[in-house]
Ligand binder design. Structure first.
Ligand code: AMP
Ligand code: MG
Length: 456
């Protein structure tokens, strides 16, 4: 779908004068993603506590061993009655019935409801045999009787002000899930509703494909850990935290494997811990600087592919596999160091890898078409991901406004964005007022709740 949307955006702009000839030596985002994802497969199923199963993929069929609800029961607080007894009831001439007994939720009825009587019943309580409808308190004189001092368990007679039809306010046994029904199919994503269904079948745990553990290693002599005292010339390691947050958002388990200095030995040291994981994500050390060690370590301890990807931000990208002591080949995604580049590259390549490992398949990012408030420039024939806020204009159209400086080091404009507006590789500029495809970062609440920021 993402691919398709990109094609559409592409087509919409292909008649424009400023077209780029892009550099065919660089990989497109799709080519890079395809190569990367060929190294990932679904992980094994595990038994997981239902509370931890949110957004995991079910790895078994859940067949209902019983009816839910188990017995016919009341949908309202009121009186269980026999509809035929009340054919003459109306608000002008209520019909009065003796109250035979009370049924609380979780209790079984004391007996059968005899013709010409009513039973006080609570929501969810089982219907007594013989009864075929429930009249809610509001349609009786319950309140007046209570006002006159009847006890908390109700009066011994009740006036009914309407003639119910058989079946009114009664829930059938098995109305929600019938015994023997395939309630949740293997492969279902366990969203909150599905978690509720599993619980209503009595399950406290289910089989689901395991969450990947993603080790995060930052590299750089300049890095301090948040919590350490500020030092001149140093910067805090933000990448490990933004990437850990993304790993968690997409269902993985981040493993904070620390900071490596710009030496091969230091990085090898950090990677020794990281190789327990299903995937390693590094940041920095992949550009053309003197101290870019990720590629050296990959070349020494595994297999390397180092690419330039035709995207902005995040052109330099390393990918390869590391040989783990247990014989596994652990995929390593080497993100660029610039904080926005790291996040944008993780969205494009790390996120689908997590989804594949969780059994969700390669899910495309949700996209919208939005009218740009600000132009997006493409200076050198790479696909541009511009940080924007998508918002709903007064007339109901979706618009996208730049969140400010598009420097790949400027995290504030990433923090303010809910989407990335795309300028295709071969389009030189999308003007303000034109429509662009926007990949949503936050979806969907932000689109319809955020106000546009003040114009920059
Ligand atoms: P590099 O890829 O090592 O050339 O780094 C590119 C830029 O990203 C430099 O300005 C680095 O200081 C910065 N950077 C690298 N790693 C991190 C990190 N973990 N957190 C924040 N900024 C970083
Ligand atoms: Mg560096």
């Amino acid at each position: 779908m993402t691919q398709h949307s990109h094609d559409k955006a592409h087509a919409a702009h292909s008649d424009r004068p400023h077209r780029h000839h892009y550099d065919a030596d660089m990989l497109s985002v799709e080519e890079a993603r395809e190569r990367i994802l060929s190294h990932f497969k679904r992980l094994e199923p595990v038994e997981v506590d239902l509370l931890d199963a949110l957004d995991m993929v079910l790895a078994e069929d859940l067949v209902a061993p019983f009816d839910v609800p188990p017995l016919p029961n009341s949908a309202m607080d009121g009186y269980a009655v026999i509809a035929a007894d009340l054919a003459a009831a109306s608000s002008g001439s209520p019909v009065e019935l003796p109250v035979a007994f009370t049924i609380a939720a979780g209790a079984l009825p004391e007996g059968r409801l005899m013709a010409g009587s009513a039973a006080r019943i609570m929501t969810g309580a089982p219907m007594p045999d013989g009864a075929d409808a429930v009249v809610p308190f509001e349609d009786t004189d319950e309140l007046e009787r209570r006002g006159r001092g009847a006890s908390g368990t109700g009066a011994d007679r009740i006036g009914v002000r309407l003639a119910p039809a058989a079946g009114d306010n009664v829930r059938r046994a098995g109305e929600d899930i019938a015994r023997g029904e395939l309630a949740l199919r293997s492969g279902t994503v366990l969203r909150p509703g599905a978690i509720g269904v599993a619980a209503s079948l009595g399950r406290s745990s289910v089989k689901a494909y395991r969450r990947p553990v993603v080790a995060i290693v930052s590299t750089g002599d300049e890095l301090l850990s948040p919590g350490e005292e500020h030092q001149p010339g140093k910067i805090y390691n933000s990448n490990a935290y933004s990437i850990a947050a993304e790993v968690r958002r997409y269902g993985g388990v981040p493993l904070m494997a620390g900071i490596a200095r710009d030496t091969i030995e230091s990085l090898q040291d950090r990677l020794a811990d990281a190789l327990k994981a299903d995937m390693v994500v590094t940041s920095a050390g992949v550009s053309k600087g003197d101290y870019d060690v990720v590629k050296d370590v990959l070349a020494k301890n595994g297999a390397i592919a180092l690419w330039s990807v035709r995207m902005r931000p995040a052109k330099p990208l390393a990918f390869g596999t590391l040989n783990a002591p247990d014989g596994r080949k652990v995929p390593l995604l080497g993100l660029p160091g610039n904080p926005v580049s790291a996040m944008v590259a993780f969205e494009q390549f790390g996120r689908p890898a997590i989804h594949v490992m969780m059994g969700r398949g390669e899910l495309p990012k949700p996209v919208v078409q939005a009218v740009l408030d600000d132009p997006v420039n493409n200076y050198d024939g790479r696909r541009v991901y511009a940080r924007v806020v998508v918002y709903e204009a007064e007339d109901g159209t979706l618009r996208a406004r730049s969140t400010g400086t598009q420097s790949s080091g400027a995290l504030m404009s990433m923090a303010a964005a809910n989407g990335l507006a795309i300028c295709p590789d071969d389009v030189a500029k999308i003007e303000a007022g034109e429509t662009a495809t926007v990949e949503m970062l936050d979806w969907p609440e932000d689109v319809f709740s955020r106000r546009p920021p003040p114009a920059s």
